[in-house]
Design a protein around this ligand. Structure first.
Ligand code: ATP
Ligand code: MG
Length: 384
């Protein structure tokens, strides 16, 4: 009797001819997630089996694979020979001592002498006769003993389904560059897009020494959280200190955030082109703060030359974003106190609905191209 993990995948069947490609990417991502743990990954019709691991690693394997997009559900199972005595032994092992239950059998091997109803009835009957505190409830059982008779002479027996991350394997929907701050929203935005199969690179802007190193560490930690879902990521870090000093010196202070956002988007597009990203992703949500009015978004959007900008959180309320942030394990890092560059030189009254003409007038006081080149020369890349 061997412990194995069953991995079922989702949505891949929708992809017709591309199915082979999707599955290959999923396998690569699962292997990356399991790095460092002894195991063998085997394909079995419509699912994968993880075998050959140390028994005490089963929980760790499940918790890592739960984060791999494309995985629909998982079960820790006992694998035995397809023989009624061996199946009964495994069923007795996964069956609780008391409570209501039913046995559910799936029989892929049509040569097996009993059909699925007969297998369930016999195993259920034997369990009942051995354990006084068990009762059968086929409609609303407290637990289910699942028996899966495979084609290859082996049977899998298990009592639990763990929900996987769903979505599509990261890498099957191209690559995007996420503008990541140390806040709550951007990691959630990155997670949502990664779930649709997009590989994510990150870019963060800081204004050291006006912002401190703690801010940088927070962002690295957040990128690591994201990386645990995306099978790795690259974090690009760029200083906008000089840009902010120039805006502060030469422009109307009320336009600080608006102008800075335009610089961020321009620099992000340049970095995206360099690293092969096909779109930008932000954590903006309509109307949350002054810079996220439709006028603010129009202003920052209009400097992006070619790439689409994805804003997956646009229709979410803050409490919905917080819930997702908690779910993905980013929240506790995001709420650490940090200084964002947007809070440096912050005016008392930022423009809320800036007109394009006034923005362009303020911006004309700056040497935009030179400032961008200068900022790009501070680019640092961390592989996570
Ligand atoms: P977040 O929680 O992601 O910081 P927020 O609600 O605080 O979002 P803003 O601070 O206005 O909103 O930022 C909006 C978006 O702009 C962020 O989600 C992020 O995509 C981008 N952004 C803001 N500051 C930075 C930064 N320092 N570096 C990179 N991107 C940033
Ligand atoms: Mg923020």
């Amino acid at each position: 009797m061997e412990k194995v993990v069953i991995v079922r995948y989702s949505e891949l069947h929708l992809k017709g001819k591309n199915r082979g490609y999707f599955e290959r990417v999923l396998i690569i991502n699962m292997e990356k997630a399991l790095k460092g743990l002894k195991h063998e990954l085997k394909r079995q019709s419509g699912r994968y089996l993880i075998e050959g691991f140390d028994e005490f690693d089963a929980d760790e394997i499940v918790s890592r694979l739960k984060k791999v997009f494309g995985v629909h559900s998982l079960s820790v199972a006992l694998k035995v020979k397809s023989d009624m005595n061996a199946i009964y032994q495994a069923a007795a092992d996964v069956c609780f001592e008391s409570g209501s239950f039913k046995v559910e059998t799936h029989r892929a091997d049509k040569t097996f002498p009993l059909n699925s109803l007969q297998i369930s009835a016999e195993i259920g009957g034997r369990l009942l006769s051995k354990r006084k505190n068990l009762s059968v409830d086929v409609h609303n059982p407290q637990f289910i003993v699942n028996i899966d008779v495979r084609e290859n002479g082996t049977t899998l027996v298990f009592n639990e389904f763990f929900k996987g991350a769903g979505g599509m394997p990261v890498g099957t929907s191209g690559k995007g560059l996420l503008l990541i701050s140390g806040g709550i929203d951007s990691p959630v935005a990155g997670h949502m897009i990664a779930k649709r199969g997009m590989q994510i690179n990150c870019i963060h802007f800081h204004s050291y020494p006006y912002t401190n190193m703690q801010a940088r560490d927070n962002v690295i930690d957040l990128a690591k959280v994201l990386s645990s879902y995306t099978c790795g990521t690259k974090l690009h870090i760029v200083s906008v200190t000089h840009i902010q000093e120039e805006i502060h010196k030469k422009c109307n202070g009320e336009y600080m955030v608006t102008l800075l956002r335009r610089f961020m988007m321009r620099i992000a597009e340049r970095v995206a082109n360099k690293c092969g990203a096909q779109c930008l992703i932000t954590g903006e949500s309509l109307g949350q703060v002054a810079s996220q009015t439709v006028e603010g978004i129009t202003s920052s959007n209009s400097v992006v030359k070619k790439l689409p900008v994805l804003r997956p959180l646009c229709g979410f309320d803050k409490d919905e974003i917080i819930e997702r942030s908690r779910d993905i394990g980013a929240y506790d890092i995001s709420i650490q106190p940090y200084e964002d560059c947007c809070t440096v030189f912050l005016p008392k009254h930022p423009v809320i609905k800036p007109s394009m003409a006034s923005i362009l007038e303020e911006e004309s006081k700056l040497e935009v191209d030179r400032l961008i080149e200068e900022a790009l020369s501070t680019l640092e890349v961390i592989t996570l």
